[in-house]
Design a protein around this ligand. Structure first.
Ligand code: MN
Length: 151
């Protein structure tokens, strides 16, 4: 079971996504207003964020950038859902920081497979992190040769 935050302004899509995710044993939580999405994500601590791209107020692309720029949320995988796939859309979505992209109207199978793949990738990463982290090492200082600062 994974906690999945959905950001989507269309009620029918929310119902569809929530039903699908619940049917796969997940715990979905939806917000319709992207202006509250960051607060909701901080509170809900989702394992995955699914966001619409065409959103009023704060677009999905902007929201993805905000999540990637947020210290607490930056590592959460993001799947974007969009109605228009113009040339270059997928590139823009990936550049903003989403790992995956599904077009509307969604294929139920592709939607579910993409969710499971993202959750699996995340689990694999966590396992690698655990292996690479010596259990005794509780210090915070980066070891020699590790990339230090961000820009
Ligand atoms: Mn929308």
């Amino acid at each position: 079971m994974a906690k999945i935050l959905i950001v989507e302004d269309n009620a029918l899509n929310i119902k569809l996504f929530c039903d699908l995710l619940a049917a796969h044993g997940h715990q979905p939580e939806a917000v319709t207003d992207s202006r509250v999405a960051i607060d909701a994500a901080r509170e809900f601590s989702p394992d995955l964020v699914i966001t619409d791209i065409q959103l009023p107020h704060i677009s999905g692309l902007e929201l993805i950038r905000m999540i990637r720029g947020d210290q607490k949320l930056a590592r959460i995988p993001i799947m974007a859902v969009t109605a228009y796939s113009a040339l270059g859309d997928e590139e823009r979505i990936r550049e903003a920081g989403a790992q995956a992209y599904v077009s509307k109207p969604i294929s139920v199978v592709r939607f579910a497979e993409t969710v499971e793949q993202l959750l699996k990738d995340e689990g694999d990463k966590a396992a690698v992190d655990a292996l690479e982290d010596p259990a005794s090492d509780v210090g915070e200082s980066p070891g020699p040769g590790e990339p230090g600062g961000e820009e």
